[in-house]
Design a protein around this ligand. Structure first.
Ligand SMILES: [Zn+2]
Length: 232
């Protein structure tokens, strides 16, 4: 089991830890600030004791593996100093919070469910099911998201009893996704806009996003729409 420093504080860029296990070029630590790939987010990159980490993945339910560019000389109980590629990670946090905000606004305005998303540092996308697709309206919704960003609502993260959380309408806006089978669900709330069960990294207030810019709208079949967006 890996302690998730990024759940306690998503702004930790450097940390000290200890090697738990090594498997080829994958290293598991007792705690890490590296967020693993999943939920549409890329895994973090950076360094462990100066050795490049090219990806971070889930190696089990509560185990996180750092994928090294070259197998290092890591061995169990070795001390490790980890450093995140912070510029990239901070952009992922800003993109991720943007995606939640956009999803909430699309869902509220159109009833669309989110069918997928891919959060990357330079360009992200959201897929949603919507029959009636109007480009002008989409631009209006993105304008609403930018108004929300200008108001700088706080992004709060806390845990809630699963049964209690599941009573909240729209707790998961992802079509076909059921929250994990755990006693307490991790909730990400953009105050006044959105409440989601979510395991990813976010900024602490909307203002940090800056601005959302639409890049491209695509029709992906009868009722599947795709939005590409960025944050300049
Ligand atoms: Zn999310």
């Amino acid at each position: 089991m890996t302690r998730k420093i990024f759940w306690e504080d998503a702004y930790v860029r450097e940390f000290d830890s200890t090697v738990n296990s090594v498997d080829g070029n994958q290293v598991v630590l007792d705690q890490t600030a590296f967020n693993p790939r999943g939920g549409g987010l890329l895994g973090d990159i950076g360094t462990l004791n100066g050795v490049k980490v090219t990806d971070t993945i889930k190696a089990g339910e509560d185990t996180i593996a750092h994928v090294l560019e070259t197998p290092g000389t890591f061995a169990p109980r070795n001390p490790v100093h980890g450093v995140l590629d912070w510029d990239r990670r901070h952009r992922i946090m800003r993109m991720h919070t943007s995606a939640h905000l956009l999803s909430a606004i699309f869902n509220k305005e159109t009833g669309a469910l989110i069918t997928g998303n891919q959060i990357e540092p330079e360009k992200s996308r959201i897929d949603f099911s919507l029959e009636d697709f109007d480009r002008e309206k989409m631009l209006i919704y993105i304008g609403r998201a930018n108004e929300a960003i200008a108001k700088n609502a706080p992004v709060k993260i806390y845990f809630m009893k699963r049964e209690e959380a599941l009573q909240i309408p729209g707790i998961t806006k992802l079509a076909s996704v059921t929250p994990p089978e755990v006693k307490d669900l991790r909730i990400v709330e953009i105050e006044g806009y959105d409440l989601q069960a979510d395991g990813g990294v976010h900024v602490k207030s909307l203002g940090e996003v800056g601005k959302i810019e639409a890049l491209k709208f695509e029709n992906k079949g009868k009722s599947n729409r795709r939005l590409y967006f960025t944050i300049p």
